[in-house]
Write a protein that binds this ligand. Sequence first.
Ligand code: HEC
Length: 97
Amino acid sequence: MPHPAATEHPDTYEHNGYEIHTVVTPGDCRICHVQEAEQYSRNIMAHAYKNLAENKVYNDLENTILGGLERKNGRIAIQPATPPPGPRPAITAMGLS
Ligand code: HEC
């Protein structure tokens, strides 16, 4: 039976009969630490990824550094950063996928 948290990890792979999670999330800890995971989901730090991903100023900063700049009609337009290969993690209330 797959590990319950495996559905949260598009990067999980099988190794010698075990599911390896490249990135460990609070969802992994929730399996045994249900109460702590619930408490953490209410902590502002649990929402850091979502807060940044949806922050326009942060997005512009990220794109300015990682994206390209283009002149359009005498103005500078910021091109979006090229996303890394592979699926981008989905966002939930816990900052998990
Ligand atoms: C398979 C079950 C299991 C999973 C998954 C698990 N834990 Fe634990 N964890 C335990 C058990 C059992 C203890 C208590 C061990 C003891 O007291 O001897 C513990 C203890 C702890 C403690 C010490 C608590 C204290 O009061 O000293 C911390 C911190 C902790 N876990 C964090 C985590 C984190 C972070 C994760 C996820 C990355 C995680 N655990 C995943 C079972 C698990």
